[in-house]
Write a protein that binds this ligand. Structure first.
Ligand SMILES: NC(=O)c1ccc[n+]([C@@H]2O[C@H](COP(=O)([O-])OP(=O)(O)OC[C@H]3O[C@@H](n4cnc5c(N)ncnc54)[C@H](OP(=O)(O)O)[C@@H]3O)[C@@H](O)[C@H]2O)c1
Length: 340
């Protein structure tokens, strides 16, 4: 008998919000793989989570026992800088509406996704949960970070007042995998680089120019590993750890190492140039994931393996994916160092 069968009734109604996205789709895959069948999913055009009345009505009617809130406004630095008000409005509304409805209708457990952007820009590394609010987050994604802090601290407030540990805020580091966003205007660094290197290979471009020095270090985690951690947290009978909970793989790479790894995976043999006049962002963002590790969870997918699988998925789905930007000799970066 599997872990899931021992601890959770397979007919418990579970709502995965944002199921078509990177993390939501991984959660659905994971639950389905475990034989879990009573999943409720809704696209935004069926249930707009910014609409409080519609969210209330949905929760009253469906009464989910478990909720994974993987819906939200997400994007790289360019998007964050162009649409700060939208990032704030949408994430605040979605989190507020879903948290209130979930509390009112008595969900058993709910996962809410925070972000590593919530940590102070100058945070000691690796970043432990206790460092939240000890300094000011990176200014380029401040509205997004503040909106995610609001959701995270709402969970903590609900738990405290209700004397229950029902609302679990998690903080995954930069995610990647199938169903990621490969549109260079809004993508995070890893998926943007995969798309750029692929196009460079296909068009035979001699060189690619990337923003910055390539020296900032980032931690990337496959969405399937995040999904595994979420299922682990939903099922753990006795959650005694403090919240929120970081979810990382415990290793980082420089952006230069990432670019070289991606070039190898894609099979691009041209030159890599770095435009060091462009900003680098925070020097390092590595999470301290001791809390979730203490519960027995560990990541399973290494970066090279995850990149290879994600690239295979991207190539197979290219017909429906957005067209990547042109490459070679220009200064466009594809969100060099992004906020997840
Ligand atoms: N990606 C990362 O690296 C990362 C890292 C840490 C935390 N997170 C957090 O994890 C969560 C999921 O991220 P992701 O990367 O999986 O996002 P994603 O791929 O962009 O997917 C987001 C999903 O949210 C849904 N959505 C957005 N607005 C909605 C609305 N008003 N009503 C209903 N659904 C709505 C979208 O549904 P439709 O497709 O139907 O429009 C989409 O499927 C977010 O809260 C994000 O902040 C992400």
């Amino acid at each position: 008998m599997g872990f899931l069968e021992m601890t959770m009734k397979q007919d418990a109604v579970t709502y995965v919000a944002g199921h078509a996205g990177l993390i939501g789709s991984a959660v659905v895959r994971r639950l389905e793989r475990e034989g879990y069948r009573t999943l409720i999913t809704k696209r935004r055009n069926e249930l707009d989570l910014q609409n409080a009345a519609a969210v209330d009505e949905f929760f009253e009617e469906v009464r989910p026992e478990y909720v994974i809130l993987a819906a939200g406004r997400v994007g790289g630095i360019m998007e964050n800088q162009s649409f700060p008000a939208d990032f704030m409005d949408e994430n605040v509304a979605i989190q507020l509406n879903v948290l209130k409805a979930a509390r009112k209708t008595g969900v058993r457990r709910m996962i809410l996704f925070g972000s590593s952007c919530m940590y102070p820009r100058e945070c000691p590394q690796p970043m432990a949960e206790a460092a939240l609010l000890s300094g000011k987050p990176e200014p380029t994604s401040l509205p997004y970070a503040v909106s995610k802090l609001l959701g995270t601290y709402m969970c903590l407030a609900y738990n405290k007042q209700d004397r229950e540990a029902r609302f679990i805020p998690v903080i995954p580091n930069s995610a990647y995998g199938p169903y990621d966003n490969f549109d260079p205007k809004s993508a995070h660094v890893l998926s943007a680089l995969l798309a750029r290197f692929h196009e460079a290979k296909v068009t035979g471009a001699q060189s690619i120019c990337l923003w910055g020095t390539g020296s900032p270090r980032r931690e990337f985690i496959h969405a399937d590993d995040i999904a595994g951690a979420c299922v682990h947290l939903l099922l753990e009978e006795d959650l005694t750890v403090e919240f929120p909970i970081n979810i990382g793989i415990g290793e980082d790479v420089s952006i230069k190492e990432l670019a070289e790894l991606i070039a190898g995976v894609v099979g691009y043999r041209g030159e890599l140039n770095w435009d060091s006049t462009k900003p680098d962002g925070a020097p390092r963002k590595l999470l301290d994931s001791a809390r979730i590790r203490s519960l027995g969870w560990k990541p399973r997918i290494g970066l090279r393996e995850g990149l290879t699988e994600t690239y295979r998925w991207y190539v197979n789905h290219l017909k429906t994916a957005p067209v990547p930007m042109q490459v070679g000799g220009d200064n466009r970066t594809g969100a060099q160092v992004s906020c997840a």
